[in-house]
Design a protein around this ligand. Structure first.
Ligand code: 9MR
Ligand code: ZN
Length: 549
């Protein structure tokens, strides 16, 4: 993230040739279908690839949209459900190509899950699975404990966090939790689905095989006394080289109470999920979770994390660990059914935090979800409170989306670093609320969040690499740049617009006063707009899992 010479993609940022904004992956036949225009128009047409008009509709003036600064017109073609490949045309503008078909999400879903494979650390990526994106083994040397450099630790494995090669426990726990809840809530979507990974032929669903890599790494990050080290990284961010060429010494940094709680929580969750597939592994996860929670019992005070002054890799600092502890004890109770664990969870409720936040720092929503899906006896009044929080949040977000010309459930303050995570987590809230009530009240709103991600937004970008005619292709992602291949590794969710761009390239490229939803550039230097991370992909997996049901 410094004075790097970006030889690829460092030129001008492309301008969008399409002024009508559509979901570039497409729409399912029976789903809500909207395109958005930001120029005056009264009607629109859907044309097929021969240019033949297949549908005509009236454009509806939405009016001024605050976060994009646009005056917006909407084209609703939900009534048109004929399978095919189309564009929307209005006045003399056109949209990118899109499809209407039952399976329109298949490819993007595959890519977004497969992205985790591409981020694997340690094992190297085989040509058989990675094709041109293959690379050698990376970060396999032992690491030194930063606090006591005589101690060497073997902590290979897991996933690279993001555009950098660091591995961070809190970030990883959040991502694995999204993926495991996707599996738990929508099992039929994942049971048979393969993502072309080395484990695809095993009896374990691919999504679980993929998460296992990260879980195995978490276990290596646990200290004898149960505490979990916060991160394993080099001292400084690597230059833009391939992972196997990043050979700076690795360090393991201090134990934090957030990492211990988050990792304990996700291992407890995983222990239940892997039980039918691998008893031994499930037992190990249970032990990791128990030891982590015992450490929390013995260390009731917050132990945060701050980078030592000579380290510039990700910090993932938090100012308290209330929600993390609640999540840990909620998952522990869900695993054990032990009243003592229930008491600990109740005690952790004594502090104020959100019960709908889904990470990476605030974890209260995951604790609430754990309790709501708990197979043991629960306090029905408390469970109702948790469910109500999700329903109230879904209703609030619906209102936000109704006031947005692009149907996006985000407010001005949501457009910060990684805004697409917030977008997708809001999509998750719609899904969770409906799931709990076995209804489809918010389905259209969940679809609309995905539409925004894949092109129904004022930049016109599909924010997923490889999806759509006009998608981001130059994310701040070291191997994608260093491999010299023009087409980026597919399936990477870009962080998205950030109204407070805070890297030198973004400060140069985004004029002051740009509306929040347009503060984006598909430029490799812009880590505050265009990085990728595991926990920006993971909520997309959850949302797509839901939309498949
Ligand atoms: O996602 C994180 C974002 O919310 C923070 O504002 C930002 C600055 O602290 O850090 C982001 O996390 C980065 C992490 O520190 C290192 N790996 C890449 C992450 C995504 O940019
Ligand atoms: Zn690596």
């Amino acid at each position: 993230m410094n004075q790097t010479d970006y030889s690829k993609g460092s030129g001008a940022v492309k301008t969008n040739p399409f002024q009508i904004f559509v979901n570039q992956a497409g729409y399912r036949p029976n789903s809500k279908k909207t395109a958005v225009m930001n120029f005056p128009c009264e009607s629109f047409r859907i044309v097929d690839h021969n240019g033949t008009c297949r549908y005509e509709g009236k454009a509806v003036r939405f009016g001024d949209d605050k976060n994009s600064g646009d005056t917006v017109y909407e084209a609703d073609f939900s009534a048109f459900s004929q399978k095919g490949t189309y564009r929307v045309v209005a006045v003399d503008e056109t949209s990118a190509e899109f499809q209407i078909a039952e399976n329109v999400y298949d490819e993007v879903f595959h890519d977004i899950v497969k992205a985790f494979y591409y981020l694997r650390c340690g094992c190297g990526l085989d040509e058989a699975y990675a094709g041109v994106y293959r690379h050698g083994k990376c970060h396999t040397s032992t690491a030194l404990l930063y606090e006591d450099k005589k101690t060497e630790l073997e902590v290979s494995g897991g996933w690279h966090d993001a555009g950098d090669y660091g591995r961070y426990v809190t970030a990883g726990s959040c991502a694995v939790a999204h993926l495991l809840y996707a599996y738990k809530m929508f099992p039929s979507v994942f049971e048979k689905r393969q993502f072309a990974i080395p484990e695809s032929d095993s009896d374990v669903p691919d999504l679980l095989a993929e998460c296992r890599l990260e879980l195995e790494w978490f276990m290596k990050m646990q200290r004898e006394d149960g505490g979990i080290y916060h991160k394993a990284t080099t001292m400084r961010h690597a230059p833009f080289v391939m992972p196997e060429d990043d050979d700076a010494p690795l360090y393991v940094f201090a134990v934090s109470s957030m990492a211990t709680a988050d990792c304990g929580a996700v291992c407890a969750l995983a222990s239940r999920i892997y039980e039918p597939y691998d008893r031994e592994f499930s037992k190990k996860l249970r032990q990791t979770a128990k030891k982590a929670c015992q450490w929390l019992d013995r260390n009731p005070d917050f132990i945060g994390f701050q980078n030592p002054s000579d380290c510039n890799t990700g910090e993932y600092g938090e100012s308290n660990d209330f929600s993390n502890r609640f999540w840990a004890y909620a998952e522990l109770y869900t695993l054990t059914g032990d009243n003592k664990d229930h008491d600990k969870m109740l005690k952790a409720l004594g502090n104020e935090f959100s019960f709908t936040a889904l990470g990476y720092a605030e974890m209260g929503g995951l604790g609430a979800l754990s309790y709501l899906l708990c197979p043991h006896e629960t306090d029905s009044a408390l469970a109702k409170q948790f469910a109500d929080h999700f329903h109230m949040e879904a209703a609030r977000l619906k209102d936000v989306a109704d006031h947005c010309g692009y149907g996006c459930a985000m407010e001005e303050h949501d457009f910060t670093w990684g805004s697409n995570m917030t977008l997708l987590e809001h999509g998750m809230i719609f899904a969770i609320s409906d799931y709990l009530e076995k209804r489809n009240t918010y389905r259209d709103y969940a679809v609309m969040q995905l539409d925004y991600l894949l092109g129904v937004n004022p930049t016109g970008y599909s924010y997923v690499t490889g999806t759509g005619e006009f998608c981001c292709n130059y994310p701040h992602l070291r191997p994608a740049h260093a491999d010299g291949i023009e087409a980026c590794i597919p399936g990477m969710v870009s962080g998205g617009p950030n109204r407070v761009p805070c890297d030198p390239d973004a400060e140069r490229l985004i004029p002051k006063g740009t509306p929040p939803m347009k503060c984006y550039a598909d430029h490799v230097g812009c880590y505050s707009l265009n990085e990728i991370t595991i926990y920006w992909n993971s909520p997309a997996v959850f949302l797509l899992g839901y939309l498949y049901c």
